[in-house]
Write a protein that binds this ligand. Structure first.
Ligand code: AMP
Ligand code: MG
Length: 269
C-alpha cells in the first residue's frame, strides 16, 4: 500500500478540510498496535538518511504546518528522533525580524534550504506568508494573492535542483486544540509554550481553515506535494509522517557511491 498517495493532495484537487477526518487511524486499532510500525520506520529513515548523505545527489526538505498545538514540535521530537544530526537540521519560522521584513518573503527561507545530502525540517515556513499574514491583513491582498504563484515557482526551482519536498499539514480538530491548550496550561513542562495569542487566535479558526484550504489546493504540485495528516491522535500522526518520508526516500532508489579505487590493491599497513 502506498500510503503517501492516500494522504497526498492531488494537484488541482480542491481541498475541503471539513470533509477530512482529523481522528482517522487507518488500519491501526490503537497506539500499541502502531508502535512497531513506527519503530521500523524510524530505523529505516536512519538508513535512508545515510544513503542520502553518502550519495549527495538529493536534498530533502520537510515542511510542517498546522494550527497552534497541532503537533509540529511533537512530530519533530518523535519522528526525527532516529536521524543523525550531522546531516539534518530544524529551522523554525517565527514573526519576521526587521531585517527579514526588509527583504522579500522568501529571502529568509531560501538561505536555509537543505543542500544535497542534507535533510532540512521546517517548523512553519514560507506558507505563513499566505496564512497568518492573510488572516490578519499584515500585507494587502494584492500582495499575498501573488504569493501562491511565487511559492510554486520557488519550490519548482528547488525541485529542479534535486530537492525532494514533502509538505505536511497536521490536521487537528478545534476540540482537540482546546484540549491541548488546556493541557499546556496545566503542565509546567508545557506551560512555557503557551502564548496568550494562542487563545485569541482560536477566534480566527475558520479564517485559518480557509487560508489553509487555499494553500493546500493551489500549492500541491507534483514537485512539491502537500499531505493532509489526520493528527488528533499523536501516535497515528507520527506513523503517517514517518511512512510518507520512508516511502518517498525509498522511491529514490539511492545507492552508495562506488569507490574509484580498486579494493583488492589496497593494503592497510
Ligand atoms: P511558534 O511556532 O508557536 O513558536 O509561533 C511562531 C509564531 O510566529 C506564530 O504565531 C506564527 O504565526 C508567527 N509567524 C511565523 N511566520 C510569520 C510571518 N511570516 N508573519 C507573521 N507571523 C509569523
Ligand atoms: Mg505556538
Amino acid at each position: 500500500m502506498q500510503w503517501s498517495k492516500h494522504f497526498r493532495v492531488k494537484p488541482g484537487q480542491a481541498v475541503r478540510l471539513a470533509d477530512r477526518d482529523t481522528a482517522w487511524t487507518g488500519d491501526f486499532k490503537n497506539k500499541d498496535d502502531a508502535r512497531d510500525a513506527l519503530s521500523a520506520n524510524i530505523a529505516r529513515m536512519a538508513e535512508l538518511q545515510n544513503l542520502l548523505y553518502a550519495q549527495r545527489k538529493h536534498a530533502l526538505l520537510i515542511v510542517l504546518q498546522g494550527m497552534d498545538a497541532s503537533g509540529k514540535d511533537g512530530t519533530i521530537r518523535h519522528v526525527m528522533s532516529g536521524l543523525n544530526p550531522q546531516s539534518c537540521y530544524v529551522r523554525s519560522f517565527k514573526e519576521p525580524t526587521p531585517e527579514e521584513l526588509g527583504h522579500d518573503f522568501l529571502w529568509r527561507v531560501h538561505r536555509v534550504v537543505p543542500g544535497r545530502g542534507e535533510i532540512g525540517i521546517f517548523n512553519r515556513s514560507h506558507y505563513e506568508d499566505v496564512l497568518v499574514v492573510r488572516v490578519h491583513d499584515l500585507v494587502p491582498r494584492r500582495i499575498w494573492e501573488q504569493r501562491y504563484d511565487q511559492i510554486k515557482a520557488f519550490e519548482k526551482i528547488l525541485a529542479a535542483n534535486d530537492t525532494v519536498i514533502l509538505k505536511f499539514y497536521l490536521h487537528t480538530s478545534r476540540g482537540e486544540q482546546r484540549a491541548r491548550l488546556q493541557e499546556r496550561l496545566k503542565d509546567p513542562a508545557k506551560r512555557w509554550k503557551v502564548a496568550p495569542g494562542d487563545f485569541t487566535e482560536r477566534k480566527f479558526w475558520t479564517a485559518y481553515q480557509q487560508a489553509y484550504e487555499e494553500a493546500l489546493t493551489r500549492c500541491s504540485t507534483p514537485a512539491a506535494p502537500w499531505f493532509v495528516i489526520p493528527a488528533d491522535h499523536k501516535w497515528f500522526r507520527n506513523w503517517a509522517v514517518s511512512q510518507v518520508i520512508v516511502e518517498t526516500l525509498a522511491g529514490l532508489k539511492m545507492k552508495y557511491p562506488t569507490p574509484k579505487f580498486n579494493r583488492a590493491k589496497i593494503h592497510i599497513p
